[in-house]
Design a protein around this ligand. Structure first.
Ligand SMILES: Nc1ncnc2c1ncn2[C@@H]1O[C@H](COP(=O)(O)OP(=O)(O)OP(=O)(O)O)[C@@H](O)[C@H]1O
Ligand SMILES: [Mg+2]
Length: 487
């Protein structure tokens, strides 16, 4: 076993003197084991920025963070380091004890004082280390002041919203005006979701910058091999849990996959469908077109998914998608934008396939009446249903291969491929990259309309009607459909 963190009570005089001498030089590197030292060296490399560590449980992530924070404080008078955890309780439970242990090993005249109320270590040179939780209720406590270094522990378990509020909006902003080259150390075991911002935002930059480290339990000299064998027995060496928690591998639990039935090979057409299907005489057949819209207020996304029902195959062919948000538009979007996008998709994209169009827009009653009265739009509003029921409905459609998507609807395809349940599996995990699953909701609203049409066709299996659960405010729809549908 390696030498444990320096214990002054057990050290010989020579050891104690060389430890103190290193502390005065602002180096605590000797307290770390081999893998941890690589992280330490990278952090203090003059060129590095953000350092990302994926490491197994009990690797010594928190301890490494504390050693680096103290070293930074000793070397940089009057600076502030924010050492942040998912919650304040975690901060004081895990880092509090480590800081006490490390502080007490420092020579008395450079030993920091821990102010419990402020959850802050005060160094004699004016440097501070602030322990903070980034739980939503605590984010206000992060605001203000200048920060010179950040240690973000268990970053893989910050929610995306927290990542944005705490990291991007608070901590990163506090680097502005810092007199040093600001750095962040991100430490974590692998997150559960592959679209977690640690993986999508931090990791690619860290990799590019040679500042990414992945450490398994085998790299941990303190690991008790008997205990590990016991864990292997319990978990199974190839299990997702063991690979994630102890091999620090990026493996994801398919139990969180939102639409496991979606399969690109089966549900994405190899070529873009641009023309309406033809009948046995080769003549184009006008189809029923459907547009689903999930509105999200002016700052959230509004997603549109449209297509037509192929009367030869009776499948719904998705041919159009669009997302309105301030990234696609450069400003918050308005009702007028929503209305004109509906008209645009209907006339320019869906009209090619047919003109018996149905539109379903999920919006508030107020928005609905405004879209109807001010913008003359005709549409239905889907009845409110639980997300789990909506997703079950969607999965049913992919399981029975009733949907085919044009290959250029890349947003929808990627979202279906990557969307995940949130932690308690009652909603879609929020993810900027996949538009918070809004395109999926738009597809569901379109499909509920399609399902209603299928159900209303003569000879259909009315049993399925309960699945569509559509708000019927178009009394003569069956009559309109009767002539169009094959039986
Ligand atoms: N360099 C080291 N010297 C001595 N002890 C160490 C060292 N690194 C880690 N340890 C010990 O290993 C244990 C785990 O360390 P720590 O809590 O920092 O790991 P972690 O990776 O943050 O764990 P978790 O996954 O539970 O958050 C602690 O008891 C810690 O003191
Ligand atoms: Mg830890």
């Amino acid at each position: 076993m390696n030498k444990i963190v320096f214990d002054p009570n057990q050290a010989t005089e020579i050891e104690l003197n060389s430890h103190y001498e290193a502390c005065y030089r602002g180096s605590l590197r000797h307290l770390l084991h081999k893998g941890q030292r690589k992280v330490y060296d990278r952090f203090f490399h003059p060129e590095s920025w953000d350092i990302g560590i994926l490491a197994s449980r009990g690797y010594g992530k928190t301890l490494t963070g504390c050693v680096i924070a103290i070293t930074f404080a000793l070397r940089n008078p009057n600076t502030r380091t924010m050492h942040v955890f998912p919650s304040m309780k975690q901060a004081s439970d895990s880092a509090g004890a480590v800081y006490r242990m490390l502080s007490s090993s420092l020579p008395a005249n450079i030993r920091p004082k821990f102010n419990k109320q402020e959850a802050t270590l005060h160094f004699k040179n004016g440097a501070r280390i602030c322990l903070r939780g980034v739980h939503q209720n605590n984010i206000e406590r992060l605001r203000g002041g200048r920060t010179h270094a950040v240690v973000a522990d268990e970053i893989g378990f910050w929610s995306e919203d927290t990542f944005i509020d705490a990291w991007r909006n608070c901590l990163l902003a506090q680097f502005v005006g810092a007199t040093n080259h600001p750095k962040t150390l991100f430490l974590t075991t692998p997150p559960y979701h592959k679209d977690h911002p640690f993986l999508t935002e931090v990791l690619p930059l860290a990799v590019k910058d040679n500042s990414f480290f992945q450490m398994t339990y085998e790299d941990n000299p303190f690991v008790d091999s008997r205990l590990m064998n016991k864990f292997i027995g319990i978990y199974g060496k190839d299990s997702i849990g063991f690979r994630r928690e102890y091999m620090a591998e990026l493996v994801f639990d398919s139990a969180f996959t939102l639409v496991p039935e979606f399969n690109q090979a089966r549900h994405v057409s190899s070529e873009k469908v641009e023309n309406p299907p033809r009948d046995s005489n080769g003549l184009p057949v006008s189809s029923l077109t459907v547009l689903g819209v999930d509105t999200g207020g002016s700052i959230d996304n509004t997603a549109f998914v449209g297509g037509f029902i192929d009367r030869n195959t009776n499948k719904f062919i998705v041919t159009a998608e669009h997302i309105l948000n301030d990234r696609t538009l450069g400003r918050p979007h308005t009702l007028a934008d929503v209305a004109s996008q509906v008209t645009e998709i209907r006339t320019s994209e869906l009209n090619k396939f047919g003109n018996e169009g149905f539109t379903s827009i999920d919006c508030t009653p107020l928005v609905a009446s405004s879209l109807r009265q001010e913008y003359n739009l005709e549409f239905n509003r889907p009845k409110v249903r639980k997300v789990v029921d909506n997703i079950e409905f969607l999965r049913e459609h992919f399981a029975s291969d009733r949907v085919v998507i044009n290959p250029d609807c890349t947003n929808l395809i990627e979202t279906l491929e990557n969307a995940l349940w949130d932690e308690d599996k009652t909603g879609i995990a929020r993810s900027k990259q996949y538009a918070h699953g809004d395109v999926i909701m738009a597809l569901i609203y379109a499909l509920r309309e399609v399902q209603y049409i299928w159900d209303s066709a003569p000879g259909s299996n009315k049993e399925l009607n309960k699945l569509s659960n559509r708000r019927i405010d178009n009394a003569n729809i069956s009559k309109r459909l009767a002539g169009i549908f094959r039986t």
